[in-house]
Design a protein around this ligand. Structure first.
Ligand SMILES: Nc1nc2c(ncn2[C@@H]2O[C@H](COP(=O)(O)OP(=O)(O)OP(=O)(O)O)[C@@H](O)[C@H]2O)c(=O)[nH]1
Ligand SMILES: [Mg+2]
Length: 321
């Protein structure tokens, strides 16, 4: 019926027009791994690629949300529309930190030019990292100029999430020694910009010196990672951070690495989605296909080794088409 068709169309249309509720709905669909979410992303994908996507990561409580709040204010003054996505990979159950974020970012809740959303689901196809990219895409499609992604922690999973950004900002505070160790040990990739927040703390200079020490050990690349001192709670240093983000973006555009990063992220995305779909199909086949169950039993009884069983499983899948 035409009514259904126009209703389906209208979510994508409303999203493209920048309707906040349509954007909220879109992210819920993505978070729930609803097929309608994938359909929507498919429809609006050609309209993406315009927004500036910035990922913020760092240990708990360093001030990421406060910083994003202050930066959002700065961007609004420059007449830019902002979307904030707060991703919590640590837990889908404790919503405390997210609630905190909501309160601290609440200054912007009545502003039509700002959209704030948190996401903690792990159920999405391909995992939270993929859901994050999908959510960033719909934020981009809805006409936001800046998409800020926040995730807590210093580890690989968190980096995967913020890696969807064009610019990655690591937020630290005086005393974030573990993060320095993680950078030094190569557990964490060198970010594009490092912020030392709570710079009113007496240990700030020591912290900055340590960071410089670590960065000096790293490879020499065309971009020199700036260290920005901020006091997010008092909006100090925010203008400088905004400038550095703009400079980094200009740098990667000139150098061609923006296209490279985006190409890499999109290609990874395709592989991740394909891999997780394949995995789901395989897992379903264990339950549904007696031959597969038997194959696995042969491994359990040590008749067949795991690698040979895997080869057999894959070749039988291929012949299935
Ligand atoms: N002294 C001081 N406190 C700050 C500053 N910026 C933020 N804070 C405070 O630090 C606390 C944590 O700030 P958040 O912005 O929630 O930190 P976060 O990194 O987002 O925290 P999680 O999302 O829970 O990891 C809050 O009480 C802030 O008010 C600052 O520049 N100086
Ligand atoms: Mg936060």
């Amino acid at each position: 019926m035409a009514a259904t068709g126009s209703k389906q169309r209208s979510l994508a249309e409303r999203l493209l027009e920048g309707d906040k509720r349509a954007l909220a709905r879109a992210i819920t669909l993505i978070e729930n791994d609803d097929p309608a979410g994938w359909e929507l992303v498919r429809e609006v994908f050609p309209s993406t690629g315009r927004a500036r996507i910035v990922g913020f990561t760092g240990p708990p409580g360093v001030g990421k949300s406060t910083l994003i709040g202050a930066l959002t204010k700065e961007m609004r003054e420059a007449d830019r529309e902002v979307a904030v996505l707060s991703v919590d990979p640590s837990s889908a159950f404790t919503k405390g930190a997210l609630l905190g974020d909501r309160i601290r970012l609440s200054d912007h809740f009545l502003d039509k030019g700002v959209f704030i959303r948190s996401m903690a689901s792990r159920g999405a196809l391909g995992g939270l990292s993929e859901a994050t990219l999908q959510a960033a895409l719909v934020m981009d499609a809805s006409g936001k100029d800046d998409v800020f992604i926040e995730t807590v922690g210093v580890g690989q999973a968190e980096i995967d999430i913020v890696d969807h950004g064009d610019t990655v900002v690591l937020v630290l505070m005086p005393g974030s020694g573990d993060s320095i160790q993680a950078l030094k040990a190569g557990v964490m990739e060198i970010p594009d910009i490092i912020v030392v927040n709570k710079a009113d703390h007496p240990m700030t200079d020591t912290m900055v010196r340590e960071i410089k020490g670590v960065l000096a050990l790293g490879p020499h690349v065309s971009w020199t990672v700036p260290i920005v001192r901020t006091e997010a709670a008092r909006a100090e240093g925010i203008e400088e951070l905004a400038e550095r983000i703009t400079e980094h973006r200009a740098h990667i555009e000139e150098e061609g690495t923006l296209e490279e990063r985006r190409a890499r992220n999109l290609k990874n995305e395709v592989l991740e989605i394909a891999a997780s779909r394949m995995r789901r199909r395989l897992e379903a086949s264990v339950a549904a296909d007696p031959d597969v169950a038997e194959l696995l039993e042969r491994v359990v009884s040590r008749e067949l080794d795991p690698a040979s069983a895997a080869s057999e499983l894959l070749s039988s899948r291929e012949s299935d088409g």
